[in-house]
Design a protein around this ligand. Sequence first.
Ligand code: SF4
Length: 426
Amino acid sequence: MSKVYLLSLGCPKNQVDSEKLLKRLAEKGIHYCADPAAADLIMVNTCGFIEAAKRESINEILKVSALRKKDRSKKLLVYGCLAKRYGDELLKEIPEIDALWGVGDDDQIVDYCSKQLAAKMESAGKDRFSDKPYAYLKIGEGCDRTCSYCVIPQIRGNYRSTGPDRILSDATELIRSGARELNVVAQDITSYGRDLKGYDLARLITELNGLTGDFRIRLLYLYPTSIDDRLIETIGSLSKVCRYIDMPLQHSEKKILGLMNRGGSRSYFEKLIRRIRSILPEVAIRTTFIVGFPQETETDFEHMLAFIKKMKFDRLGVFTYSKESDTVASGLKGQLTKAEKRSRYNRLMEAQAPISLSKNMALVGRTFRALVDETGDGIAITRLDSQAPEIDGVVLVRDPLVRAGDFINVEITKAYDYDLEGTVIR
Ligand code: SF4
């Protein structure tokens, strides 16, 4: 059997691309294998979004290139965002790379792999990249926004919605193969349907909600100024959709949001959050902020700090601004030092920890439905509707009888800053 090892770096969108590619390769008889040393093909789907992601991609390519050096029958294939931006440099610096493609070159990759391994193909193996009970469902590609710090639109192009029939059939297939949670992703899911007649995100999630099966749906990456009452009310009316709103605000101050070329303001966001909480009383709101954006003064930062203390977000991610070449923001005056950015990052995280702890403490003694992600040594890692995979906390449950993929009822018994403990209620 021909085997491919695929390391998917970066965001869940990349992971969806990787899963799709693996599925296409599986159709050709080339199957996923979790051990690069045992694979015929070693592939890295790179991320070039920010400096840290670039470094991670290069380190990972270097690691697997050692295996390629030892065994010349293997092929090292690199593709994705970083490969698109810095392909020539990568080929020069890492000569073990056998082939390199950008984003959206799946046809060429499948063709190359098929040719390389034509003699070894046979059918059998694993279709889903991840054996976790959650999956990512990508509903569009590219982005029409023009955030001044972001290179994604240059790399991935304008926003294109995937057709609803395709999405519904992808979702059906994921549920059939064991997914119990579909995380709906795209660069900006609120753009869904702008290029389709009479279709929008609210209609799409209503149709996804109607699919047969015991599963839940989570919406990730909602652009805040595109969230309207119709969408919030639709979320509230659908039983399978988590009361979970993930909307990256990035800043609270109009001046900085203007420099970021993003919509909204502190008062706009306050009103929106109150509206969401009034329509969806048990909602968990997740957001992200960027600290240390060019020209962010101490006063701007303090306003943002006061804003997060006031709004008490259920989940908060913080990034330090990363200056990316070929972006408008990289040319702005007033870039901050690394130390200033780090200190603001720490102050924001320190402010959020007690908020997160008190929100978690309020759950103690209550019972919720949770999805079991994995089990081992009598301990199960589970998540509530309010906890997204990979980015939020989890609920640890000591119970040898639960199995991955089960929905269970959990009474929360203990709270930490980000994670919880609970017991199964039977
Ligand atoms: S919404 Fe802004 S940050 Fe997100 S991908 Fe589009 S341009 Fe980049």
